[in-house]
Structures are given as C-alpha cells and as structure tokens.
Design a protein around this ligand. Sequence first.
Ligand SMILES: [Zn+2]
Length: 168
Amino acid sequence: MVGVLNKPAPCSSKASPTKGEGLIQRIRQVLAGVADPEIPVVSVVDLCIVREVTPERVCITPTYTGCPATQVIERDIRAALDAAGYREVAIETVLSPPWTTDWISEAGKAKLKAYGIAPPLPAGQRAVECPQCGSARTEEVSRFGSTPCKAQWRCRDCLEPFDLFKCH
Ligand SMILES: [Zn+2]
C-alpha cells in the first residue's frame, strides 16, 4: 500500500465531479472498493464502518476498539481516497455511538455468509446458523478464531467448522 501512496494519481480523461451529491456518490464508490482487512469479501461500506460522507470528510467508526485492523482500515481508506484524487477529503474517526454488528448491511451479511462466516446475530438471538447447511445445531469450539473478531464454531449436522463474526 505504501507504493500506492507514493504513486501520482493516474491521468483521467473523465473529469470527476467536484461538488455536491455527485462528489459524495463518487467518494462512496471509492470506499466501496476498500475491503475489510480481515474479511476481504466485505467492504468498509458493507460493514457500515463508513458512517457519513460529505464533500469535505469521511466519518468512520472502528469496528473493534484496540483491534490492529482499525489502523489498517484507516490507512487503506486514505490510500484509496488519495489514489482517486481526493487528497483534500479528511478522515474523521467517530467513537460514539460505538459500532455494533447490527449496522452491517443486508448485502454485507449475505457476503459474509457466502464466504463461510456466520453473520452476527441480531441482539437477543442465540442460535447460530451453520453457513454451509443452515442447521441451527451448532456449537462453539473456541472463543478465539483466526482473528480476535471471529470465534470458531462447528456444525453438528454437516460437521463443518466455521467462523462466527462475534464483535459486540
Ligand atoms: Zn452445517
């Protein structure tokens, strides 16, 4: 990513919109191309890490306080904005209210499931559905999965292990 930062912006024959709705849409498109560092199939927009976009700034809320991924996400967003020619757009981190998995868009949840990660449960729901076969006969193997934000689970019907997105 350091290489991207140092590269001059590519010459574009098509002028970018520079203000108003068009600009916000364009910035959102750029952000939609920034993947979560831990789960590359979902973007920071799918996860609703991007809270607000204005022509001057992008407000982001980190998913996991203290998780090293937070710094990576901010760096990746900065690099994507710079590469698209939006060096003037500031990134502002907003900590309140805190991010919860309820914010993940339906599209984002579908992508997580397709990737084999059980989407987070709505508040109050306990049963974890197996992303492979849909069975609710699942059990936790370990609180600690491949990353701090995932827990390891196993399906008792198809016996497949899977990750559960467990933050909040
Ligand atoms: Zn299963």
